[in-house]
Design a protein around this ligand. Structure first.
Ligand code: HEC
Length: 136
């Protein structure tokens, strides 16, 4: 009886080892998977839904300033857009952190901004959006 149990245990152990080692043959993500690219693609969707109506990467439009090289750019620094006084006087630089705060609640970061209220509170969505803005 005890002998049979031992055999069974041994068989189970071999099974576990086989399964574990076959897992180890695979990398954690598929080969060629680029996490940065995946974030940018996800960010593009967020941008198209929430921002594209007013913003582009090229020239400013009458309804929104261009976001060309926005990450690291000082706020209200383009000459082809009539910014609000509030944004011009904000003294902000668009670091990733400030961009996060802006897209989470722009009116809270800069009261009286001309930009209508935006509220993207999901941290992952913010991350994707910023990854996409870096491509501008
Ligand atoms: C309905 C139009 C509209 C939408 C939608 C919109 N914006 Fe804006 N955005 C503006 C306007 C207008 C300003 C200028 C604000 C001011 O002068 O106070 C602005 C300013 C900005 C600025 C500061 C630019 C600078 O040169 O300092 C950033 C960054 C920005 N928007 C990002 C976004 C992002 C990201 C989204 C989407 C989540 C978005 N905006 C959605 C109209 C819009």
């Amino acid at each position: 009886m005890a002998y049979r149990l031992l055999i069974r245990l041994a068989a189970t152990a071999v099974g576990v080892v086989t399964v574990t080692s076959s897992f180890a043959q695979y990398p954690p993500v598929a080969p060629g998977f680029d996490i940065m690219l995946a974030e940018q693609v996800a960010g593009q969707k967020v941008f198209n839904t929430h921002c594209a109506a007013c913003h582009g990467a090229e020239k400013s439009s009458p309804i929104g300033p261009s976001l060309h090289r926005i990450v690291g750019r000082p706020a209200a620094s383009l000459h082809d857009f009539p910014y609000s006084e509030a944004l011009r006087k904000s003294g902000l630089t668009w670091t990733e952190d400030n961009l996060r705060r802006w897209i989470a609640n722009n009116a809270q970061l800069v009261p009286n901004t001309l930009m209508p209220h935006v509220s993207i509170s999901d941290r992952a969505e913010q991350t994707y959006l910023i990854a996409y803005l870096k491509t501008f």
